[in-house]
Design a protein. Sequence first.
Length: 287
Amino acid sequence: MAAPLPTAWFNGTYMPIAEVRISPLDRAFLYGDAVYEVIPVFAGQSFLLEPHLTRLERSLRELRIRSPHNRAEWVTLIDGLIRKNGGGNLAVYLQVSRGADVARDHAFPGDHVPPTVFGMAMPISEPHPDRHGIRAITRQDQRWGRCDIKSTALLANILAREDASAAGAGEAILLRNGLLSEGSASSVIIVEKSALLRPPAGPEVLPGTTTDAVFALARQCGLRCGDEEISEKRLRGADEIWVAAATRGIAPVIELDGLPVGNGSPGPVWRQVAAAFEASKTGERAP
Ligand SMILES: Cc1ncc(COP(=O)(O)O)c(C=O)c1O
């Protein structure tokens, strides 16, 4: 992703990102004790904002970090970041950490320590280059047992993504105990006989805002959608594999571990659903 745009949000004010200063005792820095969200913006309008804010509030609740803003305040803060950075196609990044105490102590600080709130905006390419299809690799899922929380502690995701990058691939697809979980930074959907399948919700996967929207659209198109356990064998035998994330949309995987997926080009179900998804972006923007 491209370098951030100049104006950031830091603990209650907009300021040049170059001037943001964060304490070395901040728990995000010391422990990864923080949550985040990434909200896509197309033509200056946020897309699927409500589900992103619902997930942010849930992540905060699950980690027992005090929510620093109510829903209306988040919406205003995000709008300001979009406007002050010139609108267009952006990803708005929000991060909330448990704050900076006066000492390094694993236990939570008291209520006197306020959460640290940071927001920035980054330009995104639209349409995304991944729409032509990406190569992916598989890796063992080495992450912790609460991947449903969007925490900034992403070390295992980072190692998997680096392996993909080094292999010239666009994503690493993670397998845990022989079952598909998700991508290093995306949800994974497979297509079997025109049905869309994804792993069931649970502590081992992040509930994806993009997959939820894609499933709703696919159902409107008359396609069957299901949440099912997907074995490695099923993944490798799928007619189509897609990765989905807020800033990349839905991207067809055309090669997995060096072998073609389907006939090695973006599949017909992807073409149908991706077109509906693109149209929905404009639909949500319409007044
Ligand atoms: C690990 C992981 N799973 C799934 C997703 C997809 O979530 P969303 O569609 O809400 O962007 C992401 C997005 O960044 C992710 O990092």
